[in-house]
Design a protein around this ligand. Structure first.
Ligand code: NAD
Ligand code: USQ
Length: 387
C-alpha cells in the first residue's frame, strides 16, 4: 500500500514510517521540520540525539534496503499539499503533522492562534487534496483522548446512543477538551465528519492517549535512526518526563493531587495501531473513531511507579506535588472504551517495571543532554503568558 505519513519526522511519525516501510508498504514522509524549531524556541532538545531527516532516511535505506521518500513543506501551504498528493498518490494518508503540545498552545494568544491555524488549516488542506485528487484514499487522522475531557460517565469510541424526550439517536460523544490544542483536534474531527457527510470521505479518527516509551525495533536498529525523547515542561509527557526527572535527580512533578487519569499507550503499539487502521480501511463514506490507548493510569500512580523502579537503580527521586498550572479535575471518574483496535488484532504492550527501567537507563545514558531548567512548568492556564 502507498502510505503517506505526515509529521513523519516526529515522535510518533518517524517510528511509524519505519515500521510500515519494514512491512513492505511504500512509504513517504511529509514534514516541515517545525518541531525542531519549536525545541529551539523553548531552549530544549530531545534527550536522545536525533539525526537530520535526510540522514535518517539514507541510513534506513542502508540498513533495510528500503526507500522512504520525503516531502519537506508546510501542510498549511495548499500548493505543497496538492502537488505532494498528486505525485505520491497515497492510498492511505496518516496525519500526525500537527502542533501537539497542550502547554505550547496555552503560552499566549499567539501560540493559541498558531496551534489552531496550523492544525485546522493543515487538516483542511489534506481533506481537500484527497477529495480532489485521490478520493478513494483513506485518511487516518490522529486525534486525542483529550477531546472527550473527563465526563462523569463512561467514554465510548466516538459515538453515544442518547434517549431524549422519548426519542433515540446515536450522536457524537460530547467533547470537553482541556486546552486550545485539544480543541484544535475537536475542530478537525468535526471537519472530517462533515467531509464524510458531503463527499463520502473514508476516514478513521484515532483518539490516542498519552504515548510513552521511545524506541521500536526499527528505531533502535541503528543510532542514526533513534527516535526523539521529549522531557521538558512543554512537550514532555507524563511518564517519559517523570523518568527523565528521576534520572537527573530532579523532583518528579505531580500537578496538584495527581488523580488526573488518562489513557496511555506504548509507542510500539502506536505504530501497530496505524498498520491495523491502514490494512483494515474505513469503507467509502465511513467515519470511524477508535480510542487508541491500552490502559488507564493516574498521574500519581505513574509517579509512584517511577519512584519505585528508580530506587532499584540507586537513584533517590523525590515525588513532589506542585500547584497545578493547568485547569483540570484532579480527582474524577474515568472509564473509556478501547476495544475496537483490539478486536482488529492489537496485542498491547502493557506498562511494566522492565519498561520503566529501560527508559531510566536511556535517560541516564543521555543525562548530559538534559537541560534541567526546562523541567519547570512555565505555562499557566490561568495567566496566558510565558514566564
Ligand atoms: P511531534 O511534535 O513529535 O511530531 C509532529 C510532527 O509534525 C513534527 O515533526 C512537526 O515538524 C510536524 N508538523 C507540525 N505541523 C506541521 C505542518 N504544518 N506541516 C508539516 N509538518 C508539520 O508529535 P507526536 O508526539 O509525534 O504527535 C503526532 C500526532 O499524534 C499529533 O497529531 C498529536 O496530536 C497526536 N498524539 C500524540 C500523543 C503523544 O503523546 N505524543 C498522544 C495523542 C495524540
Ligand atoms: N502532568 C503532571 N506533571 C507533569 C506533567 C503533566 O502531573 O510534570 C499531568 C497533567 O497535568 C495532565 C497529565 O499529566 O493531567 C497528562 O499531561 P501530559 O503533559 O502527559 O499530556 P497532555 O498534555 O494531555 O498531552 C499529551 C500529548 C498530546 C496528546 C495527549 C493525549 O502531548 O499530544 O493529545 O497527551 S490525552 O492526554 O489523552 O489527551
Amino acid at each position: 500500500m502507498r502510505i503517506l505519513v505526515a509529521g513523519g519526522d516526529g515522535f510518533c511519525g518517524w517510528p511509524t514510517a519505519l515500521y510500515l516501510s519494514s512491512r513492505s508498504h511504500t512509504v513517504a514522509i511529509a514534514d516541515n521540520l517545525a518541531r525542531r524549531d519549536w525545541d529551539a524556541e523553548l531552549g530544549t532538545e530531545s534527550l536522545t540525539e536525533i539525526s537530520s531527516l535526510d540522514d535518517r532516511v539514507s541510513r534506513w535505506k542502508e540498513v533495510s534496503g528500503k526507500e522512504i521518500s520525503t516531502f519537506v513543506g508546510d501542510l498549511c501551504d495548499e500548493d505543497f499539499v496538492y502537488s505532494m498528493v498528486e505525485s505520491f498518490e497515497p492510498e492511505a494518508f496518516v496525519h500526525f503533522g500537527e502542533q501537539r503540545s497542550a502547554p505550547y498552545s496555552m503560552i499566549d494568544r499567539h501560540h493559541a492562534v498558531f496551534t489552531q491555524t496550523n492544525n485546522v488549516v493543515g487538516n483542511l488542506n489534506i481533506m481537500f487534496a484527497i477529495q480532489s485528487l485521490v478520493p478513494d484514499c483513506h485518511l487516518i487522522k490522529l486525534g486525542t483522548m483529550g477531546e472527550y475531557g473527563t465526563p462523569n460517565i463512561d467514554i465510548e469510541e466516538g459515538w453515544i446512543e442518547i434517549e431524549h424526550k422519548g426519542r433515540k439517536d446515536t450522536l457524537p460523544f460530547p467533547k470537553q477538551p482541556g486546552s486550545f490544542y485539544h480543541l484544535s483536534k475537536v475542530h478537525d474531527s468535526h471537519n472530517i465528519m462533515f467531509a464524510r457527510r458531503i463527499w463520502g470521505m473514508r476516514a478513521t479518527d484515532l483518539n490516542q492517549g498519552v504515548v510513552y516509551n521511545v524506541e521500536t525495533d526499527e528505531t533502535s536498529s541503528d543510532p542514526v535512526l533513534a527516535n526523539r525523547y521529549d522531557y521538558d515542561g512543554v512537550f514532555g509527557t507524563a511518564l517519559n518526563r517523570f523518568i527523565a526527572q528521576a534520572a537527573n535527580g530532579n523532583d518528579i512533578t505531580v500537578y496538584g493531587e495527581g488523580g488526573q487519569t488518562r489513557g496511555f499507550i506504548d509507542i510500539r503499539d502506536t505504530v501497530r495501531c496505524i498498520e491495523i487502521a491502514a490494512e483494515n480501511p474505513a469503507e467509502a463514506g465511513e467515519f470511524r473513531v477508535f480510542n487508541q490507548f491500552t490502559e488507564q493510569w493516574s498521574v500519581l500512580q505513574l509517579a509512584k511507579l517511577v519512584e519505585k523502579v528508580a530506587k532499584t537503580l540507586d537513584l533517590d527521586p523525590r515525588l513532589t506535588h506542585l500547584e497545578n498550572p493547568r485547569v483540570e479535575k484532579e480527582a474524577h471518574y474515568f472509564k473509556a472504551a478501547n476495544t475496537r483496535l483490539i478486536d482488529l488484532g492489537l496485542k498491547p504492550h502493557l506498562l511494566t517495571e522492565e519498561t520503566v527501567e529501560k527508559l531510566l537507563l536511556v535517560a541516564l545514558e543521555n543525562r548530559d543532554r538534559i537541560h534541567p531548567e526546562t523541567f519547570e512548568a512555565r505555562v499557566n492556564w490561568r495567566s496566558p503568558r510565558y514566564k
